[in-house]
Design a protein around this ligand. Structure first.
Ligand code: CA
Length: 239
């Protein structure tokens, strides 16, 4: 991770130092600041490879910094990881909907922190692919142009909405999406999609995935994500 700069904004000194130390040890350059305002200014001056923002900051909160970064041309492509206090699900949901790429909850292990940072930076460069090309992940293959989905060699018969939802999740393995984000992604169908109906659609998709139903993981209190890593089977359901 040479040459990658991580902006860390955290008002608690101990945590700021813990994060900085672990990222530096992995070769990241770290700019560590203690207020949202300072973090925002630093990002606008020199956009980092990643911004790691504590949500609860005095003054400008991590969510407000995230919103400003994601709405500015200069910084909207900077991946954001939010650092939340335990149980702060509402803030995490708001943050994801503002465009944050991932979140970690306190207390976290340094290894998880570093792994998430690397993954988010990697995704930033991987996920530029266009919508219509073939997608291959684990045992799933999807081709939106042909409206084809195949799992372990077997064709899946999905409705248009199911296809869109599965494709949306599978294009971003490991990313957590809220129901509202999924609604936005499938909008354009000729019937109204509600957040509640997303749950119903997910049940339907899992049923059709059969043995591979644990590709779609429920993230309690937040939403859904497509499983990032194998082995996917054999293993108990992750619901
Ligand atoms: Ca804080």
């Amino acid at each position: 991770m040479k040459g990658e700069t991580v902006l860390v904004v955290e008002d608690e000194e101990d945590i700021r130092e813990l994060i900085s130390y672990n990222l530096k040890r992995e070769g990241f350059e770290v700019v560590a600041l203690n207020t949202g305002e300072a973090g925002l200014n630093a990002a606008l001056e020199s956009p980092p490879s990643l911004a790691m923002l504590d949500i609860m900051l005095p003054g400008l909160s991590g969510l407000e910094v995230c919103k400003k970064l994601k709405s500015n041309e200069l910084t909207k492509h900077v991946p954001v990881i939010l650092v939340s206090a335990k149980g702060d699900e509402t803030d995490v949901i708001v943050g994801l909907e503002l465009g944050a790429d991932d979140y970690i909850s306190k207390p976290f292990s340094p290894r998880i922190l570093v792994a998430r940072a690397k993954a988010v930076i990697r995704r930033g460069t991987l996920n530029q692919s266009d919508d219509d090309s073939q997608l291959l992940i684990h045992q799933l293959s999807m081709h939106p142009g042909r409206f084809e989905a195949v799992i372990a060699g077997k064709a899946l018969s999905l409705t248009a909405s199911e296809f869109k939802i599965l494709h949306y999740l599978a294009r971003h393995p490991g990313w957590v999406f809220t129901r509202a984000q999924i609604v936005d992604a499938v909008r354009g169908d000729d019937y109204p999609v509600t957040e509640r109906s997303i749950d119903v659609q997910i049940v339907g998709i899992r049923k059709k995935l059969g043995d591979f139903d644990n590709y779609i993981e429920t993230v309690r209190g937040i939403g859904y994500r497509f499983r990032e890593k194998g082995p996917v089977k054999p293993e108990g359901p992750l619901k």
